[in-house]
Design a protein around this ligand. Structure first.
Ligand SMILES: [Zn+2]
Length: 100
């Protein structure tokens, strides 16, 4: 068996994604629900609002590939989502709510 990372497109409920994503930058993460800063990659939930992280969006997957592989082995329930997709949809929803 040769396991490789291949991106798959899923139809996800964005309300769920927005409430349970850890946005991970270079050194630390942000909770997508309450925007709490300095969340650690090891945190399975937000230290501030307590939401569980079902999704992780790495700003730079290439930079964090070893971490991604480790987490995918250790935490089978976590799904990795595309950061660009996440920010694009979040932006679209924000614009829509402003325009009414
Ligand atoms: Zn939070």
């Amino acid at each position: 068996m040769s396991k490789q990372l291949i991106r798959v497109y899923h139809n996800l409920d964005f309300e769920d994604v927005r409430a349970h994503t850890l946005e991970y930058g270079v050194l630390s993460g942000i909770c997508s629900k309450c925007k709490h800063l300095n969340v650690r990659l090891e945190d399975i939930g937000c230290p501030q609002c307590g939401t569980s992280f079902k999704y992780i969006a790495f700003q730079s997957v290439r930079e964090h590939l070893p971490k991604l592989l480790r987490i995918s082995q250790e935490r089978s329930g976590v799904q990795f989502i595309d950061y660009q997709d996440f920010k694009r949809i979040e932006g679209e929803q924000k614009a829509r709510s402003i325009l009414g």
